[in-house]
Design a binder for this molecule. Sequence first.
Ligand SMILES: Nc1ncnc2c1ncn2[C@@H]1O[C@H](COP(=O)(O)OP(=O)(O)O)[C@@H](O)[C@H]1O
Ligand SMILES: [Mg+2]
Length: 246
Amino acid sequence: MVTRVSTVAFEGIEARQVDVQVHIAGGSVAFILVGLPDKAVAESRERVRAALTASGLALPSKRVTINLAPADLPKEGSHYDLPIALGLMAAIGAIPSDALQGFTVLGELALDGSIASVAGVLPAALAAHARGHGLICPEASGPEAAWAGPEIEIIAPRSLIQLANHVKGTQILRRPEPAIAPVPEGLPDLRDIKGQESAKRSLEIAAAGSHNLLMSGPPGAGKSMLAQRLASILPPLSPRELLGLM
Ligand SMILES: Nc1ncnc2c1ncn2[C@@H]1O[C@H](COP(=O)(O)OP(=O)(O)O)[C@@H](O)[C@H]1O
Ligand SMILES: [Mg+2]
């Protein structure tokens, strides 16, 4: 029997659907990963094996074949760990086989079974939503995924065990709230500019009214210095601006 889990492959910021197919059969003991994996994807075999062991699950002493379909699309990155591990868990009965239906899954595994954050969660969530799927992603990436909209179902577990408990209904995870990464401290501040009152006033007017700004002056007059400090007086971005929708 073949277990299928949906995940994505990134082409630029486009997230294309990829199917992780897990097949366990008799024969010599092996763990084979096919479907044009790059080095990081191929190494997921070792992370998945260790993470399952750390979660109290052993891989069966059988021939395990994982295919990433479509097989002719190159797969890059470490976010295939989680769909591969969940496909294996469903195949060996550690989680119900229908638990992953209607979900797109991405995340990287640590050797202890915890789920590490990955890049590209927002485009993956938008793509999942577009095809009517929910999203299973790392806990740390949950707030980013939640920007995809209030309707999309998001499960953001910290570890394989937490996810298994969630799908079995013993410990229900809450849907993450959208949040942005905090603004880094110590950005250049407009306070650093000495004098230049009319230039500072121009910056303030441009920031307040979203106007364009043309700076002209001899080298060393302070143009770069002023431009770097414009960000310190701009208001925080709105959610729509953050998503680049306006
Ligand atoms: N009004 C100012 N207040 C404080 N420092 C200034 C001012 N104008 C110039 N400087 C100093 O001169 C340096 C060069 O300015 P810069 O912004 O690189 O000039 P420009 O980009 O116009 O060539 C700045 O890094 C800063 O140390
Ligand atoms: Mg300059």
